[in-house]
Write a protein that binds this ligand. Structure first.
Ligand SMILES: O=P(O)(O)OP(=O)(O)OP(=O)(O)OC[C@H]1O[C@@H](n2cnc3c(O)ncnc32)[C@H](O)[C@@H]1O
Ligand SMILES: [Mg+2]
Length: 206
Protein backbone atom coordinates (compact mmCIF):
# COMPACT_ATOMS: atom_id res chain seq x y z
CA UNK A 1 0.00 0.00 0.00
CA UNK A 2 1.46 3.39 -1.04
CA UNK A 3 1.46 6.15 1.55
CA UNK A 4 1.05 9.88 1.20
CA UNK A 5 1.33 12.35 4.08
CA UNK A 6 -1.04 15.32 4.22
CA UNK A 7 1.11 17.84 6.10
CA UNK A 8 -1.76 19.58 7.85
CA UNK A 9 -3.05 20.08 11.39
CA UNK A 10 -6.56 20.59 10.01
CA UNK A 11 -8.67 17.40 10.30
CA UNK A 12 -11.32 18.85 7.97
CA UNK A 13 -8.77 19.10 5.14
CA UNK A 14 -7.82 15.46 5.75
CA UNK A 15 -11.48 14.44 5.47
CA UNK A 16 -11.88 16.44 2.22
CA UNK A 17 -8.78 14.81 0.67
CA UNK A 18 -9.96 11.35 1.69
CA UNK A 19 -13.36 12.00 0.04
CA UNK A 20 -11.73 13.19 -3.20
CA UNK A 21 -9.48 10.10 -3.34
CA UNK A 22 -12.42 7.79 -2.60
CA UNK A 23 -14.67 9.52 -5.15
CA UNK A 24 -11.95 9.11 -7.79
CA UNK A 25 -11.93 5.37 -7.08
CA UNK A 26 -8.26 5.42 -6.07
CA UNK A 27 -7.54 2.36 -3.95
CA UNK A 28 -4.17 1.34 -2.53
CA UNK A 29 -3.30 4.80 -1.25
CA UNK A 30 -3.11 5.32 2.50
CA UNK A 31 -3.46 8.98 3.52
CA UNK A 32 -1.59 9.81 6.71
CA UNK A 33 -1.98 12.95 8.81
CA UNK A 34 0.66 14.62 10.99
CA UNK A 35 -0.70 12.66 13.97
CA UNK A 36 0.27 9.41 12.21
CA UNK A 37 4.00 10.19 11.84
CA UNK A 38 6.70 11.03 14.40
CA UNK A 39 6.53 14.69 15.36
CA UNK A 40 8.91 17.02 13.51
CA UNK A 41 9.53 20.76 13.75
CA UNK A 42 7.07 22.53 11.43
CA UNK A 43 8.26 25.62 9.61
CA UNK A 44 6.41 28.93 9.88
CA UNK A 45 3.83 29.52 7.12
CA UNK A 46 5.41 32.86 6.24
CA UNK A 47 5.22 32.79 2.43
CA UNK A 48 3.74 35.72 0.52
CA UNK A 49 1.46 33.46 -1.53
CA UNK A 50 -0.69 30.37 -0.98
CA UNK A 51 1.62 28.49 -3.37
CA UNK A 52 4.77 29.33 -1.37
CA UNK A 53 3.13 28.26 1.89
CA UNK A 54 1.87 24.98 0.42
CA UNK A 55 5.42 24.23 -0.77
CA UNK A 56 6.90 25.12 2.65
CA UNK A 57 4.57 22.61 4.33
CA UNK A 58 5.00 19.83 1.76
CA UNK A 59 8.81 20.13 1.51
CA UNK A 60 9.29 19.99 5.28
CA UNK A 61 7.05 16.93 5.42
CA UNK A 62 9.17 15.12 2.83
CA UNK A 63 12.42 16.15 4.55
CA UNK A 64 11.21 14.86 7.91
CA UNK A 65 9.51 11.63 6.85
CA UNK A 66 10.84 10.63 3.42
CA UNK A 67 7.22 10.09 2.35
CA UNK A 68 5.45 11.66 -0.64
CA UNK A 69 3.82 14.69 0.86
CA UNK A 70 0.78 16.79 0.01
CA UNK A 71 -0.04 20.17 1.57
CA UNK A 72 -2.84 22.69 1.15
CA UNK A 73 -2.59 26.38 1.92
CA UNK A 74 -5.84 28.22 1.59
CA UNK A 75 -7.93 31.14 2.66
CA UNK A 76 -10.52 33.71 1.71
CA UNK A 77 -9.67 36.79 -0.41
CA UNK A 78 -12.24 39.56 -0.06
CA UNK A 79 -12.48 42.09 -2.91
CA UNK A 80 -13.39 45.01 -0.62
CA UNK A 81 -10.32 44.24 1.54
CA UNK A 82 -7.93 44.19 -1.44
CA UNK A 83 -7.60 40.40 -1.28
CA UNK A 84 -7.15 40.09 2.48
CA UNK A 85 -7.32 38.06 4.74
CA UNK A 86 -5.59 35.93 2.05
CA UNK A 87 -2.60 34.04 3.44
CA UNK A 88 -3.45 35.46 6.89
CA UNK A 89 -6.90 33.81 6.94
CA UNK A 90 -6.12 31.28 9.68
CA UNK A 91 -4.90 33.99 12.07
CA UNK A 92 -6.91 37.05 10.94
CA UNK A 93 -8.19 37.83 14.45
CA UNK A 94 -4.74 37.29 15.93
CA UNK A 95 -5.58 33.88 17.34
CA UNK A 96 -4.51 31.08 14.99
CA UNK A 97 -7.33 28.75 14.05
CA UNK A 98 -10.04 30.56 16.06
CA UNK A 99 -12.78 30.31 13.43
CA UNK A 100 -15.37 32.14 15.49
CA UNK A 101 -13.12 35.16 16.22
CA UNK A 102 -11.91 35.27 12.59
CA UNK A 103 -15.49 35.29 11.28
CA UNK A 104 -16.60 37.93 13.78
CA UNK A 105 -13.75 40.26 12.80
CA UNK A 106 -14.38 39.83 9.07
CA UNK A 107 -18.10 40.60 9.57
CA UNK A 108 -17.29 43.72 11.58
CA UNK A 109 -14.84 44.95 8.94
CA UNK A 110 -17.49 44.56 6.24
CA UNK A 111 -20.41 45.96 8.22
CA UNK A 112 -20.62 49.08 6.02
CA UNK A 113 -19.90 47.28 2.76
CA UNK A 114 -23.04 47.07 0.58
CA UNK A 115 -24.22 43.80 -0.93
CA UNK A 116 -22.93 44.59 -4.42
CA UNK A 117 -19.37 44.97 -3.12
CA UNK A 118 -19.18 41.83 -0.92
CA UNK A 119 -17.51 39.62 -3.54
CA UNK A 120 -14.83 37.19 -2.39
CA UNK A 121 -12.99 34.05 -3.40
CA UNK A 122 -11.86 31.00 -1.50
CA UNK A 123 -8.43 30.01 -2.80
CA UNK A 124 -6.52 26.76 -2.31
CA UNK A 125 -2.99 25.98 -3.42
CA UNK A 126 -2.03 22.32 -3.11
CA UNK A 127 1.56 21.12 -3.41
CA UNK A 128 2.60 17.51 -3.99
CA UNK A 129 6.30 16.90 -3.32
CA UNK A 130 7.88 13.50 -3.92
CA UNK A 131 11.02 12.14 -2.24
CA UNK A 132 12.83 12.32 -5.62
CA UNK A 133 12.32 16.10 -5.57
CA UNK A 134 9.45 16.27 -8.06
CA UNK A 135 7.17 19.20 -7.16
CA UNK A 136 3.68 19.91 -8.47
CA UNK A 137 1.67 22.94 -7.35
CA UNK A 138 -1.94 23.52 -8.37
CA UNK A 139 -4.56 26.14 -7.51
CA UNK A 140 -8.33 26.25 -7.26
CA UNK A 141 -10.63 29.24 -6.76
CA UNK A 142 -14.29 29.50 -5.70
CA UNK A 143 -16.12 32.80 -6.22
CA UNK A 144 -18.94 33.97 -3.99
CA UNK A 145 -20.08 36.69 -1.58
CA UNK A 146 -19.60 37.34 2.12
CA UNK A 147 -22.92 37.04 3.98
CA UNK A 148 -24.02 39.35 6.83
CA UNK A 149 -24.30 36.57 9.46
CA UNK A 150 -23.09 32.99 9.88
CA UNK A 151 -25.33 30.32 8.39
CA UNK A 152 -25.16 26.52 8.34
CA UNK A 153 -23.58 23.72 10.36
CA UNK A 154 -21.24 22.00 7.87
CA UNK A 155 -17.67 22.62 6.78
CA UNK A 156 -15.27 24.78 8.80
CA UNK A 157 -13.58 28.16 8.94
CA UNK A 158 -15.30 30.84 6.87
CA UNK A 159 -17.84 28.42 5.30
CA UNK A 160 -20.82 29.83 7.28
CA UNK A 161 -20.10 33.32 5.87
CA UNK A 162 -19.56 32.36 2.22
CA UNK A 163 -22.38 32.23 -0.35
CA UNK A 164 -21.03 30.60 -3.54
CA UNK A 165 -21.96 32.18 -6.88
CA UNK A 166 -22.60 28.76 -8.47
CA UNK A 167 -26.16 28.04 -9.52
CA UNK A 168 -26.41 24.66 -7.67
CA UNK A 169 -25.59 26.42 -4.38
CA UNK A 170 -28.03 29.28 -4.94
CA UNK A 171 -29.33 30.80 -1.72
CA UNK A 172 -27.13 28.67 0.53
CA UNK A 173 -23.88 29.26 2.39
CA UNK A 174 -21.08 26.77 1.82
CA UNK A 175 -21.77 25.49 5.36
CA UNK A 176 -25.27 24.57 4.11
CA UNK A 177 -23.97 22.39 1.27
CA UNK A 178 -23.53 18.65 1.68
CA UNK A 179 -19.89 17.51 1.79
CA UNK A 180 -20.27 16.11 -1.74
CA UNK A 181 -21.71 19.39 -3.04
CA UNK A 182 -18.85 21.33 -1.47
CA UNK A 183 -16.25 18.98 -3.00
CA UNK A 184 -17.75 19.38 -6.47
CA UNK A 185 -17.64 23.21 -6.37
CA UNK A 186 -14.94 24.23 -3.90
CA UNK A 187 -11.49 25.73 -4.31
CA UNK A 188 -9.93 22.65 -2.67
CA UNK A 189 -12.03 20.29 -4.78
CA UNK A 190 -10.82 22.06 -7.94
CA UNK A 191 -7.18 22.06 -6.82
CA UNK A 192 -7.18 18.42 -5.73
CA UNK A 193 -8.92 17.30 -8.93
CA UNK A 194 -5.77 18.39 -10.80
CA UNK A 195 -3.67 16.13 -8.57
CA UNK A 196 -5.85 13.03 -8.99
CA UNK A 197 -3.75 11.63 -11.90
CA UNK A 198 -0.53 12.00 -9.86
CA UNK A 199 -2.16 10.41 -6.80
CA UNK A 200 -3.47 7.56 -8.95
CA UNK A 201 0.05 6.99 -10.23
CA UNK A 202 1.45 6.98 -6.68
CA UNK A 203 -1.13 4.38 -5.69
CA UNK A 204 -0.25 2.22 -8.69
CA UNK A 205 3.42 2.09 -7.65
CA UNK A 206 2.35 -0.05 -4.70
O1 LIG B 1 -1.94 24.88 7.75
P1 LIG B 1 -2.71 23.62 8.04
O2 LIG B 1 -2.12 22.83 9.17
O3 LIG B 1 -2.96 22.81 6.83
O4 LIG B 1 -4.20 24.02 8.57
P2 LIG B 1 -4.82 25.48 8.70
O5 LIG B 1 -6.22 25.31 9.20
O6 LIG B 1 -3.89 26.36 9.49
O7 LIG B 1 -4.92 25.97 7.20
P3 LIG B 1 -4.27 27.24 6.45
O8 LIG B 1 -3.01 27.67 7.12
O9 LIG B 1 -4.22 26.84 5.00
O10 LIG B 1 -5.33 28.36 6.67
C1 LIG B 1 -6.53 28.29 5.98
C2 LIG B 1 -7.60 29.13 6.66
O11 LIG B 1 -8.51 29.55 5.64
C3 LIG B 1 -9.82 29.15 5.92
N1 LIG B 1 -10.29 28.16 4.92
C4 LIG B 1 -9.54 27.44 4.05
N2 LIG B 1 -10.30 26.58 3.35
C5 LIG B 1 -11.55 26.77 3.79
C6 LIG B 1 -12.78 26.17 3.48
O12 LIG B 1 -12.86 25.17 2.61
N3 LIG B 1 -13.86 26.58 4.12
C7 LIG B 1 -13.79 27.56 5.04
N4 LIG B 1 -12.67 28.17 5.42
C8 LIG B 1 -11.55 27.78 4.80
C9 LIG B 1 -9.83 28.50 7.28
O13 LIG B 1 -10.39 29.41 8.19
C10 LIG B 1 -8.37 28.30 7.65
O14 LIG B 1 -8.14 28.76 8.95
MG1 LIG C 1 -1.96 26.82 8.73
Amino acid sequence: MSKVLLASRNRKKLAELQRVVDAAGITGLQILGLDDVPEYPEEPEDGATFEENALIKARSGVRATGLPCLADDSGISVDALNGMPGVLSARWSGRHGDDHANNALLLAQLSDTPDERRGAAFVSACALVLPDGTETVVRGEWRGRVLRAERGPNGFGYDPLFAPDDEPAAGRSSAELTPEEKDSLSHRGKALAQLVPALRELAARG
